[in-house]
Design a protein around this ligand. Structure first.
Ligand code: FES
Length: 159
């Protein structure tokens, strides 16, 4: 083998090596991309997006002349569910509808005159204070105003 043939063989082997390393890198990038397409949606599913604060400060929920099929309504106040109820004396009240235990939606038991969470039998009075059960905190309360036109407005409580 002369010197020229040896140089050609070296060049061919270097080109082969660099082609091989290029293919390995491309394969590595492809595997990373494939793993990303699997794990990214899983991670997005497991980590819920942060909820922004509700920008709604007041909203009309109906009229006192309307007949309700239940003694309460669950409304969406911005991003928060709110329970609006008509108590035994005919007064309207509005409270957060999310139980402070594990965030089940509460309901008003008019015959017993308390707010009830069916998930673990949590009970709140009409001011939102815990009566019994596992809820660790009271329900947030909202203001309810009736206009001269008999419209019912729920608004965030002014601190
Ligand atoms: S979620 Fe309401 S009592 Fe547990």
């Amino acid at each position: 083998m002369n010197e020229n043939q040896s140089d050609l063989t070296d060049l061919a082997s270097e080109a082969n090596l660099s082609r091989r390393s290029l293919l390995k890198r491309l394969l590595g990038v492809g595997v990373l991309g494939w793993l990303g397409t699997i794990f990214y949606p899983v991670a997005k599913y497991l980590v819920p997006p942060p909820l922004g604060e509700s920008t709604v400060t007041s909203m009309k929920i109906g009229s006192t002349e309307e007949e309700w099929s239940e003694p309460f309504k669950i409304i969406q106040f911005g991003r928060k569910p709110v329970i609006v109820l008509k108590d035994q004396q005919g007064n309207y009240r509005a409270l957060s509808a999310l139980c402070t235990h594990l965030a089940c939606i509460v309901q008003y038991r008019r015959e017993d005159n308390f707010i009830w969470c069916a998930c673990h039998n949590g009970r709140f009075d009409l001011a939102g204070q815990v009566i019994s059960g596992p809820p660790p905190a009271s329900l947030e309360t909202y203001d309810v105003n009736i206009t001269d036109d008999d419209e019912i407005w729920v608004s965030q409580r002014q601190v």
